[in-house]
Ligand binder design. Structure first.
Ligand code: C5P
Length: 223
């Protein structure tokens, strides 16, 4: 057998948006397509890993041979991320988690009233990746930073604040990359170095990222 870069490794990947209900028929969410997380899951399987893909609602076929855990809310995504985490070697947070959720979920559909302005009360969601990175026996933890300005500054800030091992930074203001598009262009930001990879399809980029992450895990210098 050929030795694969992630043979024998367990990889958890969060992907897609979360959906935070207001009442039985409404929710707060975002436009994350899940493409990057699903492409990473495929690439990790192809590299020999056991993969748990923890996914919010998306319109994508899950890769074959992944354990797909479908969730809706950030709290469900957190619970699925912590479940079995002791086995996990590499955790990749590619989900676009809603920062806030409604304070309460109405039991019945909220009716239209006479008021012109309606106020929603929101409460902060848990930070999933920061919670994972804060576990005593935490896996190598990789986050994404999607920014429209000062990309590397915010990426390094995220790395330190959330205690991540690596941040994959992408400029979502650039046309044709990031949210919902098929292409992406990223810079790998660690505590000591930055490395920019060329723009390419999310599928090819995922393969390159998994190669780099396997190198980090195997304590080799990334190529
Ligand atoms: O803080 P920000 O949302 O910009 O950080 C993005 C990174 O953190 C992504 O890797 C995302 O998956 C992760 N994240 C998370 N839980 C949250 C918010 C973000 O895991 N509540």
């Amino acid at each position: 057998f050929e030795h694969l870069a992630l043979s024998g490794r367990s990889v958890f990947i969060t992907a897609g948006p979360t959906r935070e209900p207001l009442d039985p028929v409404r929710f707060i969410s975002n436009h994350s397509s899940g493409k990057m997380g699903y492409a990473l899951a495929q690439a990790a399987v192809d590299a020999g890993a056991r993969v748990k893909l923890i996914s919010g609602p998306v319109n994508l076929e899950p890769p074959e041979r992944v354990e797909l855990v479908q969730v809706e809310t950030a709290e469900q995504m957190l619970a699925a991320s912590l479940d079995g985490l002791a086995e996990c070697d590499l955790f990749i947070g590619a989900a676009a988690v809603a920062d806030y959720r409604p304070v309460a979920i109405a039991e019945h559909k909220i009716k239209k009233g006479h008021e012109e302005i309606m106020e929603l009360r929101l409460v902060k969601n848990p930070d999933i990746i920061a919670t994972v990175a804060a576990q005593p026996q935490h896996p190598f933890t990789v986050g994404f930073a999607a920014e429209t300005r000062d990309l590397l500054h915010y990426a390094r800030d995220k790395l330190l604040r959330k205690q991540l091992d690596l941040v994959i930074a992408n400029d979502v203001s650039a046309p044709g990359i990031g949210f919902n598009s098929n292409d992406n262009q990223v810079t790998l930001v660690s505590a000591t170095t930055d490395q920019t990879l060329p723009q390419t399809s999310k599928r090819l980029l995922a393969r390159q990222l998994i190669e780099h992450l396997a190198d980090y895990l195997n304590h080799a210098e990334p190529t």
